[in-house]
Design a protein around this ligand. Structure first.
Ligand SMILES: NC(=O)c1ccc[n+]([C@@H]2O[C@H](COP(=O)([O-])OP(=O)(O)OC[C@H]3O[C@@H](n4cnc5c(N)ncnc54)[C@H](O)[C@@H]3O)[C@@H](O)[C@H]2O)c1
Length: 420
């Protein structure tokens, strides 16, 4: 029987932390969620979730069931397991572990003997042992693996995915020693259907980077082929759709306007950072970055070409962008390729508006981009760019508009559209 009031304390209530807290509550654990952002915690406590995958009703149900959220870290000392899910962004193109360090300091100040500390933030191999543990040990004067237990488990949450959720997606786990691993396994088995153990924290950290680098590289490959197929007058979509009928040895990726979100454009940089410490670049990552980063300007070049063919000036033209989120059916614009596309269009003197039912605001060059409230005024535009394939758009009949459409998503909905 544990002496802790909370089975788990979650540090960082974002896209990863809040679903974890909700799932743990659902699995009948006593859960405490901590976030430094007081406004966010207050809004969550009013039952308002700003995270797409969590509805207000789900959040309210968890709060009623006892989920306790606070911006005061003192309850960490009463949490048997502490999971860290704080951001790991890039600052000046370098891994920024300041949030992980700060979470580690907070843990150290509230550390209780026998606590289990698990890092879930995506990071380079070695972070748990080289960064997290030294900070906690130095401040708390307690020894990892003896006084408290430590492990790493990568998060695989896929916002907007209705099939694979927190509970049914297998979870890779690791510990710094056998005791840590056993305790971490027991914890995750209470909330997740299948756990997969690996031998150490470095391996677990690397799993996440392999998964995301694999996506990054394959998206770059198909983007490069899309550009080449366009030059060779081959329909890349027909090629992809036919290739994916192969039942083995081929996984299909789709071309698009670039990569976005917190993971794919960011995580491979964590891998490059680590390998450069041993004097080696990850050549695939660098090439993939070059190709994927060039996609927004490629899309703009295709729009310009289209306007040329229509014998219309690009400068002062009016372009509507359909969808600015980085992927379908969510409102996340972090690292969205739409930002680079709009920046580039502004540079060329184009007037841009966007329509996206999920996105209230998108900022480019420090200013909010003009938002179209409905699809009633399509004829005010010279060109429409479909950037994100939101399901909502499928219920609108675009065949009625005369305005040319350039579709960067490869959807079948825009019958006469030119595709990437
Ligand atoms: N979003 C995804 O789809 C996804 C998927 C897999 C992995 N990840 C990884 O998970 C980690 C978290 O990502 P996210 O998308 O949930 O981030 P997020 O920005 O949505 O949420 C992070 C939260 O942490 C809080 N925070 C920051 N510093 C803190 C501190 N010192 N103490 C307490 N709270 C603090 C922030 O206020 C914020 O609410 C990142 O490493 C990310 O790469 C994200």
């Amino acid at each position: 029987m544990s002496n802790f009031k909370y089975d788990v304390g979650v540090i960082g209530l974002g896209y990863v932390g809040l679903p974890l807290a909700i799932q743990a509550t659902d699995s009948n654990l006593n859960v405490y969620g901590y976030d430094i952002d007081e406004d966010k915690v207050n809004s969550f406590n009013l039952g308002k979730s700003a995270i797409e995958d969590i509805s207000d009703a789900e959040l309210q149900k968890s709060l009623e069931k006892g989920l306790f959220l606070s911006s005061d870290p003192k309850y960490l000392s009463d949490s048997e397991t502490v999971v860290i899910s704080v951001p790991t962004p890039l600052t000046d193109y370098q891994p920024d572990l300041s949030y992980v360090r700060s979470a580690a300091e907070t843990i150290a100040k509230h550390l209780t003997k026998n606590q289990i500390i698990i890092l879930e933030s995506t990071t380079y191999p070695g972070t748990t042992i080289e960064v997290l543990i030294p900070v906690i040990e130095e401040i708390s004067h307690q020894k990892a693996g003896v006084d408290f237990y430590v492990g790493y488990s990568p998060e695989r949450i896929d916002p907007g995915n209705e099939k694979w959720n927190f509970k049914n997606t297998p979870k890779v786990i690791s510990g710094i020693n056998d005791e840590s691993l056993t305790k971490i396994k027991t914890f995750y088995e209470k909330i997740i259907d299948q756990v997969v153990t690996v031998s150490g924290t470095k391996e677990a950290e690397m799993v996440k980077l392999l998964e995301n680098t694999y996506r990054h590289v394959n998206i770059a490959l198909i983007n490069e082929l899309a550009i080449l197929c366009n030059m060779l007058e081959i329909d890349i979509w027909e090629v992809v759709n036919a290739a994916k009928t192969k039942p083995f040895g081929f996984e299909s990726f789709r071309p698009g306007p670039g990569v976005g979100g917190h993971c794919i454009p960011v995580d491979p940089n964590y891998l490059s950072f680590k390998t450069r410490q041993i004097g080696k670049p990850v050549r695939f990552v660098e090439l993939a970055q070059e190709i994927n980063n060039s996609m927004p300007s490629y899309v703009v070049s295709r729009l310009l070409e289209k306007m040329n063919l229509l014998e219309k000036p690009f400068k002062n033209s009016n372009i509507l962008i359909l969808g600015v989120a980085y992927k379908k059916d969510i409102g996340d614009v972090r690292e969205s390729p739409a930002i680079g596309i709009i920046e580039n269009l502004y540079d060329k003197g184009v007037n841009v508006k966007y329509f996206d039912p999920f996105v209230e605001k998108i900022v480019v060059n420090n200013q909010g981009v003009e938002r179209e409230e409905s699809l009633d005024n399509l004829n005010n535009y010279d060109l429409i760019l479909v950037h994100t394939a939101h399901t909502d758009f499928e219920s609108f009949d675009f065949s009625k508009t005369e305005v040319p459409i350039f579709d960067a998503t490869g959807s079948n909905h825009y019958k006469n559209a030119e595709r990437i």
